[in-house]
Design a protein around this ligand. Structure first.
Ligand code: CMP
Length: 139
């Protein structure tokens, strides 16, 4: 298992609220190197596939409708202990419960529109960047 890499996705609310560049700056300032990056749109079906692990939960439809409502920025990020470091920088799912200074606390709107997604394990990170990137698109 390679613990230097993780996956991050900036969500549609950050595009709507014009804070994508500020979020990216926070990520770079925290010492992450960007190894893959793209802006794309998820269809409802693609959002459902990405969040398949949450299928059946009460927020699944709301989440996948929202995630297909605007652009996302998908990134492969590198830093030692990348998963843990990014999740600390991002903060708790609910922006109101996230620590001061975290990305979700600063830029998130609510539990669904919480500015960014960060992988919760190295296994999931690899699966998630494979969803967006071919091998040739990761440097
Ligand atoms: P994310 O890190 O992208 O992973 C799953 C997402 O589901 C999460 O961020 C939230 O956007 C969303 N989510 C998790 N729990 C809830 C909830 N209770 N209500 C609405 N959305 C949720």
């Amino acid at each position: 298992m390679n613990t230097r890499f993780t996956f991050c996705m900036i969500k549609p609310d950050a595009f709507k609220n014009d804070c994508v560049s500020e979020i990216l700056c926070e990520i770079l300032k925290a010492g992450f190197k960007v190894r893959g990056i793209k802006i794309t749109m998820l269809t409802k079906a693609k959002a459902e596939q990405f969040y398949d692990i949450h299928r059946g939960k009460d927020f699944f439809d709301k989440l996948t409708t929202y995630m297909s409502s605007g652009p996302v920025m998908a990134m492969v990020l590198e830093k030692p202990e990348a998963v843990e470091a990014l999740r600390k920088l991002v903060g708790k799912t609910n922006p109101e419960e996230a620590d001061e200074g975290t990305i979700r606390r600063r830029f998130g709107v609510n539990t669904t529109q919480n500015a960014v997604h960060a992988s919760d394990s190295y296994e999931n990170a690899e699966h998630e960047w494979g969803f967006f990137f071919s091998k040739r698109e990761i440097y």
